[in-house]
Each structure stands twice: as C-alpha cells, then as structure tokens.
Design a binder for this molecule. Structure first.
Ligand SMILES: Nc1nc2c(c(=O)[nH]1)N[C@H]1C(S)=C(S)[C@@H](COP(=O)(O)OP(=O)(O)OC[C@H]3O[C@@H](n4cnc5c(N)ncnc54)[C@H](O)[C@@H]3O)O[C@H]1N2
Ligand code: MOO
Length: 481
C-alpha cells in the first residue's frame, strides 16, 4: 500500500490539523476490516462496541400500563361538565363524580377478571397493566374511597386491595383527559423495530435498553490491542528512585488510562532507553502482537530522538510537523507485521510516535489517535436521523465542539492552532464563560488535570478578546471524551 502521508512534501512543510486528519483517514481506510466479534454477558458489555443488529423481540413496555398510582377507568364514561349538563342534584356544575371500584390491578399482578363497564373503576398501581375497558388513569391525590358500609373513608393512599362494594369519589373530573397517565404498549420500542446497529458504543443507556429487551448476552467486537511504551533515558517508572536528571513516566499512565477508557486492551511494554536497536526490536515485536503501536517521546530532532530512525527499519514512516501547540512533532506510519499468530488481522500496523511533553502526548492522542481508534474499533456515529450519521470522516471522532464565550483575553501564535486547557466558569453576571486553567506549557500536566475542555484558538488568530466567541473541544465531565 502506498501511503500518501509519506509524500516527501509533508516532511518539508507544516500540516494543518485538518490536513493531518484527512491524510490519516486515507491511510487507515485502506486497512479497515470489520473487527472479529464475540458474545458477552450484558454485564460485561458496557464500554464495548455492538457487533449485531438488534431487533426488538417485544413491545417496550410490553403492556399498556399505569404511569401513576390511582384508579383506571374509561374516560368516555365520566360525566362531562364541559357539555353543560348539570352534575349535582341542585343543578350546579359539579366537578366530582362517584364510581364503583370492582377490583385491583397491581404491578406484577394484573387484573384477570371482566372488563370495566360504564360507572366502574379499578384500583391500579404504577406499572400495572390497564384492565380491559379502561383507557385513563386518575391519580390517587384526586381520589377519596368510600367503603360499602360508609366506614373507612379516606384518601386511599397506601390502600391497595379493593373491597367488595367499594366506591371512589373523583375530584376534578372536568380536567381528566382520555389516555392521561397511561403508557401505551410499545410506546418506547415497538416489537420488530430496529433498536441498534453494529458500531453502537455500549453506553450505560445502551446496556439499559438492551436489558429492557430481555437480552442476557450480546455480540460485541473484540477489543483492539494497543501496544505502548515510553522512550527516554531520563524516564523513570513510578515507584523507582528518581535519578539525577530523571523524570517519572507520566505518559504511559495517562495513555493507558485514555486507552482503557475506549475499551482498548493495552499491551504495556514499559520504558525503552534512547537506543535505536532496542527501540526497533521492541517495535518489531509490538507490531506482531498489537493492532496499533503508540510511543511517546523521542520524535523531535534531538540527539537522543531515535524513534524515527528506529522506525524506518520496521515500516513506512513519516515525521509530521503539525501546525498546533502543544504537539507539533508527531510520527505516524505503518509498521510491517510478520504475524506470529492467527490473531493478527493485518500485515500492517498503524504507529503513532507522540511527542514526549506530557500535555502534548495527551492533546495529540485526543486529536489523532482517539479518532483513529474509534474508526478501527468499528464504532459508528449513530444519530437519530440517518443523514447526519452518514459521512464518516476521522474529524467526527474528535471531542465534540461547542461555542462558548471567552472569559479572558487569550493569546496564541498566529501560525498554528493553540489548544489551551480550559474550565467553564460563571462570570460576575452569572454567564457561562471559558477561562484557561493557568500556565499552559506543554510540560504543565496539571493544566490537563483541571481541564474540562480544550480551547481552540485557530491558526491566524493571535488574540481572542474577553467576550468574543470561542470554540472548545469538550472533554466531558470526567476530563476525557
Ligand atoms: N530543536 C527543537 N527542539 C524541540 C522541538 C523542535 O521542533 N525543535 N520541538 C519541541 C516540542 S514542541 C516537543 S513536544 C518536544 C517533543 O520532543 P520528543 O518527542 O522528542 O520528546 P523528548 O525530547 O523525548 O521529551 C520531551 C519532554 O518530555 C519529557 N518526557 C518524555 N517522555 C516522558 C514521559 N513518558 N513522561 C513524562 N515526561 C516525559 C522529557 O523528559 C522532555 O522534558 O520537543 C521539543 N524540542
Ligand atoms: O508542541 Mo510541543 O508538543 O509544545 O510541547
């Protein structure tokens, strides 16, 4: 396969983020395969990607039922004040009426007797099936029950079982609308309708919906395996003593967390020293065991930046200079995999060499790696209307963009997109605005700790004034998309 990203021009000039995304998309399109699937218990499904079409085997709800505790009745059998007919003995327009209660329909214990006739009602609890002959539920708060002997009068709250000869007085009859407080069978999901399609990310809501269909297990795509390692002689594993000139390995941990959050199986290959031979040996090995390989550090132009040369021996690679900050240098390419086992689905494995500065590692992951993973893991962007779900570009898998108002003046270098880490706060007039999290260096990882969004200051814009509109990439309430 010829990779357009290895067009020699790209080594010369700075790519925009959009250009880099489209080149990446083209490269990955050539290797797209439907991932293999497996069946899992529903409890294991959250965070996985659905691999089958789900057609509803039933109506949800399965039966027409009450949305309130109260009584079920046929609205047409009620006296109608709107018709102007006198409802009381004195000829006044009364707003109450009395019906006889013939029984109870309880959630899990539906009424199995005869249908309701005119002038009759039935006690009913929320979720209980509506008895035949009823189409409307009046809530308990509008009711007063009268026992056959005229004793035990009361609002009836807490009373479940009806007794023989019981009657109920309804207040506010004129406001009762046909079908009120009733949930129709199939009003959420109709029997035989398509509920989900392959590619659906199984969110808490999605597994709830699957459970509501009675499904105990479901087909999901096998998770992708991603191999990661950090590079650099100074990079030290947490738990070890930090040597002079050392720095603890933050990137591997933030990357593992980002990957796991996407349901990815991680092959953690640890830390590699700045040694070309060991980096290329590790890459060769990783390419046979994983669906993608990600490193951090060593992609710039320093003497110890060996990732690029090590990669040249293992595949087809390019160093991109991307007009963004943080994250200007990024290596991308395809590693040759000599499959050592039948698990490997391709003889080419995408590779990302992310920049070593910890914020640059996370920001480039979010811009490029995350969309690539979502694409390769078979996710489909599903929308209520099919037209908006159709176009598949990598950009659609970036964090969602929102327009907010800048709460302070933001400065950037005009020639590249700047991703400031932002927090959404209320200004002194109670309006929602976005502010930076403070110092913005690409080694200031605590700026990501505070970030709820990335403020995108576009190339060509050196200053954005307070009060001006600004686009942000929303990272979600948990700090990741
Ligand atoms: N002459 C130039 N120097 C640099 C350029 C440039 O264009 N010309 N680009 C700068 C930018 S921007 C970045 S980002 C970095 C990226 O360089 P590398 O990917 O080669 O990263 P390193 O040099 O290995 O490390 C950069 C920085 O990050 C620390 N680091 C590395 N790995 C980890 C880790 N796993 N956990 C925590 N911190 C890590 C490392 O110690 C360095 O401080 O290059 C600039 N230089
Ligand atoms: O852009 Mo580098 O990625 O600033 O730290």
């Amino acid at each position: 396969m010829s990779l357009s990203c290895f067009d020699p021009r790209f080594g010369e000039r700075m790519l925009s983020v959009d250009e880099a995304l489209s080149v990446l998309g083209e490269s990955l399109a050539g290797m797209m395969r439907t991932p293999r699937s497996e069946r899992v218990a529903l409890a294991q499904a959250p965070g996985r990607v659905l691999a089958e079409i789900v057609i509803s085997p039933l109506d949800v709800p399965a039966q027409t039922n009450a949305a309130m505790d109260g009584i079920a009745l046929a609205q047409a059998s009620l006296p109608d004040a709107a018709s102007g007919e006198p409802l009381s003995d004195r000829g006044e327009l009364s707003d109450h009426c009395e019906l006889s209660v013939i029984g109870s329909s309880l959630a899990g214990h539906p009424w199995t007797g005869r249908a309701l006739a005119a002038g009759e009602a039935m006690r009913i609890t929320t979720g209980a099936a509506l008895p035949a002959g009823a189409d409307t539920v009046v809530m308990q708060e509008q009711l007063e029950y009268r026992s056959a002997q005229g004793e035990g009068e009361g609002q009836g709250e807490g009373l479940i079982e009806s007794e023989a000869g019981e009657r109920v007085v309804i207040e506010g009859v004129t406001s009762i609308r046909r079908g009120q407080n009733v949930r129709q069978a199939g009003e959420d999901i109709a029997h035989g309708s398509q509920v989900m399609a392959p590619g659906q990310w199984l969110t808490p809501a999605a597994v709830g919906v699957l459970a509501s269909l009675g499904l105990a297990e479901i087909a999901v795509y096998r998770p992708l395996t991603v191999a990661i390692f950090s590079t650099g002689d100074e990079v030290t594993a947490p738990g070890e003593t930090l040597p002079a000139g050392g720095i603890y390995d933050a990137n591997r941990f933030s990357l593992v967390a980002l990957l796991r959050d996407q349901g990815i199986a991680v092959l953690d290959l640890g830390i590699l020293s700045d040694d070309e031979a060991s980096v290329s040996a590790a890459l060769r090995d990783a390419a046979t065991r994983a669906d993608m390989v990600i490193t951090s550090g060593g992609v710039s132009v320093g003497e110890a930046d060996h990732v690029r040369s090590a990669l040249a021996a293992c595949g087809e690679l390019a160093l991109w200079r991307i007009a963004m900050r943080p994250g200007r240098p990024l290596a991308f390419g395809m590693l040759r995999a000599t499959p050592a086992d039948a698990e490997s689905s391709s003889d080419q494995v995408p590779f990302f060499g992310l920049p070593g500065n910890p914020v640059a590692t996370m920001v480039t992951f979010l811009q490029f790696v995350l969309p690539a993973l979502r694409l390769l893991s078979g996710q489909q962007r599903l929308a209520k209307d099919e037209a908006s779900a159709s176009a598949t570009t990598l950009a659609q898998w970036q964090a969602p963009r929102l327009q907010l108002t800048a709460g302070e003046t933001l400065r950037s270098r005009a020639e590249r997109v700047d991703y400031h880490r932002g927090q959404i706060v209320l200004d002194d007039q109670g309006r929602q605005v976005v502010m930076t999290t403070g110092r913005q260096g690409s080694g200031i990882l605590t700026s990501m700790l505070l970030a709820e969004c990335l403020i995108e200051i576009p190339a060509g814009c050196a200053t954005l004034h307070a009060g001006e509109p600004v686009m942000v990439q929303w990272l979600g309430s948990r700090g990741i998309v």
